[in-house]
Design a protein around this ligand. Structure first.
Ligand code: BES
Ligand code: ZN
Ligand code: ZN
Length: 494
């Protein structure tokens, strides 16, 4: 997609798109500006179509030379980044029905009370690229389907450097997100621990600032990761422990650990899941996909901190060798875990990947995990749950998520609930003794493996890792790539 920015004349654009507020007077004013011969007729047509600038409403103006399309935002006063993203998503939806290879936007008409042209450029790039995403590699080519294949976008603006700067950031953030989406969407027959490890190796090979270490089963054994090995032991696929490192070109300001749950298929193990609950369990490596997607573009974002990406990848399968309910295993810190249910496997692998991360001397950790179904019960499908043992870190992550439009909500880590994870025979049990508050008790289980001087946040993305229904105009069904943009924004801000 070629971006052309000029301060006048974008006549080559076949279609011009305008976001509009839910404000009849402002819409009438815009119509006047666009200078139609028969303004009354346009307004009349608009009234008959009941176009009022509501969110998702689209109105195509009568054809003159350039087609002009108004997109309702539903906002009353001003537009924010998320409105721009969603409007860009609506553009792609429009272009799926009406094929064209070029379109234009006039930034002055897009700003609407928000003069941040850098953010506008970023949001438009994100909305377009994310909305265009389609995972159709396993489908026969559909001749009738219009693929949005944009060659040119023309932007009318007198702040071209700012728009372009934002555009570049947005493009990079979406590249990482779309890679994470690909990894989540790939069926578990292909997306094995070995496949994940290969992705990490490819990233390291292409970037001089990134290195990678892959540990195999023997090395993992040597490190004493009995918990991770336990989850893996029922599977025929080789496990892979992935450790990516990004080093900034100058002196690093800090050392950050990003840990992703990497269960490439969660059958539940011997506590096997019912069929319906298993269908989507190829997505149980979405946390890992976020870490790897992020690493694929981190060198372009150039954060000033050293970043470690850590994934204990394996499958959770039933077999004659599988972990059994009642088994007791130790993590590499020597803490014993009673397995109450083999389907609560993510937290068991994380007990080792979090321990390993801390062993690297890392004092700030964010983990991402499709850890519980309970978080979906609590917050619904679009929101991730955020848990943190540090208020500052909690606030930073909420702020970054807000900037990206990724939905997240803070949940508590109540010390008085810790007893719910008690075991009669081991240091801790992997399932609590109550059905209630399952996202919280899972987070509290993880906290048991966090040392006192470590700032830690846990993002439970059980809901938004995988969209069963489209989330918004730029996030369709399938892998969402949740967290890539939020974490990159966060890394940029520290
Ligand atoms: N991967 C699942 C959690 C999950 C379920 C994520 C649905 C997204 C959608 C996890 O390993 C799991 O099975 N958790 C159990 C825990 C229970 C056995 C305590 C759950 O949530 O039911
Ligand atoms: Zn499970
Ligand atoms: Zn799982």
């Amino acid at each position: 997609m070629k971006l052309t920015i000029r301060n006048k004349d974008i006549d080559e654009a076949e279609i011009l798109f305008y976001p509009v507020l839910k404000d009849k007077v402002a819409i009438a004013k815009l119509v006047k500006q666009l200078d139609y011969e028969d303004e009354e007729l346009v307004l009349d047509k608009m009234a008959r179509a009941k176009f009022a600038g509501n969110k998702g409403q689209v109105f195509t103006m009568p054809d003159v030379e350039q087609i002009v399309v108004l997109i309702g935002t539903g906002q009353i006063k001003k537009l924010a980044m998320e409105d721009w993203r969603q409007t860009a998503g609506e553009i792609v939806a429009y272009l799926k029905k009406f094929q064209t290879k070029s379109f234009g936007i006039e930034t002055s008409a897009w700003l609407k009370g928000n003069n941040d042209v850098v953010s506008l450029g970023q949001a438009v790039a994100e909305g377009l690229e994310l909305a265009k995403y389609d995972f159709d590699k396993y489908k026969k080519q559909d001749k009738d389907k219009i693929k949005v294949d944009l060659e040119n976008i023309f932007v009318l603006s007198n702040k071209s450097a700012q728009f372009r700067k934002g555009w570049q950031t947005g493009t990079v953030l979406t590249q990482g997100t779309n890679l994470a989406r690909d990894l989540v969407n790939e069926p578990a027959g292909v997306m094995t621990p070995t496949y994940l490890a290969r992705q990490a190796e490819k990233i390291a090979k292409d970037n001089k600032n990134i290195s990678v270490k892959i540990l195999d089963k023997a090395q993992v054994k040597k490190m004493g990761m009995e918990a991770y090995l336990g989850v893996d032991q029922g599977s025929n696929e080789a496990l892979k422990f992935i450790h990516l490192v990004y080093k900034p070109s100058g002196k690093a300001k800090d050392k950050i650990g990003l840990v992703g749950k990497g269960i490439t298929f969660d059958s539940g193990g011997l506590n096997i899941k019912p069929g319906d609950s298993m269908t989507q369990m190829k997505m149980d490596m979405a946390g890992a996909a976020t870490v790897i997607g992020l690493f694929s573009v981190i060198a372009d974002i150039r954060p000033k901190v050293e970043v470690h990406g850590i994934v204990a990848a394996c499958e959770n399968m039933p077999s004659g060798r599988a972990l059994k309910p009642g088994d007791v295993i130790k993590n590499m810190q020597g803490k014993s875990i009673e397995i109450g249910n083999t389907d609560a496997e993510g937290r068991v692998t994380l007990a080792d990947s979090l321990a390993y991360t801390q062993k690297q001397g890392i004092k700030t950790i964010v983990d991402l995990a499709t850890l519980t179904g309970a978080v979906v019960v609590a917050l619904g499908p679009d929101y991730a749950g955020l848990f943190a043992n540090d208020d500052g870190l909690n606030k930073q992550l909420l702020k970054s998520a807000d900037a990206t439009g990724e939905k997240i909500w803070s949940l508590p880590l109540p010390p008085e609930y810790k007893k719910l994870n008690k075991s009669a025979i081991a240091d801790i049990r992997n399932i609590p003794n109550t059905r209630y508050g399952g996202a919280i008790t899972a987070a509290l289980f993880l906290e048991e493996f966090i040392e006192d001087d470590v700032k830690w946040a846990h993002i439970d993305l059980g809901g938004p890792a995988y969209a069963e229904k489209p989330i918004n105009s730029y996030t369709g069904v399938g892998g969402v790539g949740y967290g890539v943009r939020t974490l990159l924004e966060w890394l940029r801000s520290i």
